[in-house]
Ligand binder design. Structure first.
Ligand code: E4P
Length: 218
């Protein structure tokens, strides 16, 4: 399973890339708004200059024609840009048409196996089941990821599954065990994945013991 960062925060993306484990980024209008940045294009281009992999940017208009026209503009920002299209009836048509043009689509806001099946049939490059938001309403978000993986395996679809709306490190373990191609995660979850109190305690002890040995040798 690969890891994408689910953020529009440039410093966090730089950090994740320095750690060598981040191979893409997903953004959405909420994440960009959280950074207080208004120029979506500039933000996305800056992200593309940092990470060498897919960077998802969301279409923020309605209606098939307007969505297609905005998606074409977004896709032209950088060769790594993937256009996020919602899993709606209009989104399905837009995804089919853009995919035929060779524009990569991440079908977002996916909450059912049927939506994921349609995303694959429409030629989406990625589909993003929202795990945390399903958990929030008392449904098993990771069960959806498993169900999509099982379905896709039967038919050898090329669409990659991004476990999205990840809230904590156990979601990452479960997504990997479910066979998700990618998990897109907030930066704090990436930190939680590497952090362990026993690693910190063990490391502090090793360093303290070594300083004692080192001191004796001087
Ligand atoms: C990813 O593509 C989504 O935008 C994101 O994971 C949504 O996460 P949230 O449910 O925490 O807002």
């Amino acid at each position: 399973m690969r890891l994408f960062l689910d953020t529009a925060n440039i410093e966090r993306i730089r950090q994740g890339v320095r750690w060598g484990v981040v191979s893409g980024v997903t953004t959405n209008p909420t994440l960009v708004a959280q950074e207080g940045r208004k120029d979506y294009q500039l933000v996305v281009k800056e992200i593309c200059s940092i990470v060498d992999g897919p960077v998802s940017a969301e279409v923020v208009v309605e209606g098939v024609d307007d969505m297609i026209s905005q998606a074409r503009s977004i896709a032209a920002w950088h060769p790594n840009v993937v256009v996020k299209i919602p899993a709606t009836p209009d989104g399905l048509e837009v995804t089919s048409r853009l995919s035929r043009e060779g524009i990569r689509v991440n079908m977002t806001l996916c909450f059912s196996a049927n939506q994921a099946l349609l995303a694959a049939l429409a030629g989406a490059a990625f589909v993003s089941p929202f795990v945390g938001r399903l958990d929030d309403i008392g449904q098993d978000g990771m069960a959806l990821v498993k169900s999509i993986m099982d379905t896709y395996k039967e038919y050898d679809f090329d669409t990659e599954v991004i476990a999205a709306s990840i809230r904590h490190p156990m979601h990452c373990v479960a997504a990997a065990q479910a066979g998700a191609d990618i998990a897109t995660i907030p930066f704090n979850v990436l930190e939680q994945m590497i952090k362990h109190p026993m690693t910190d305690a063990g490391n502090a002890r090793f360093l303290a013991d070594w300083h004692r040995v080192d001191g004796q040798n001087k």
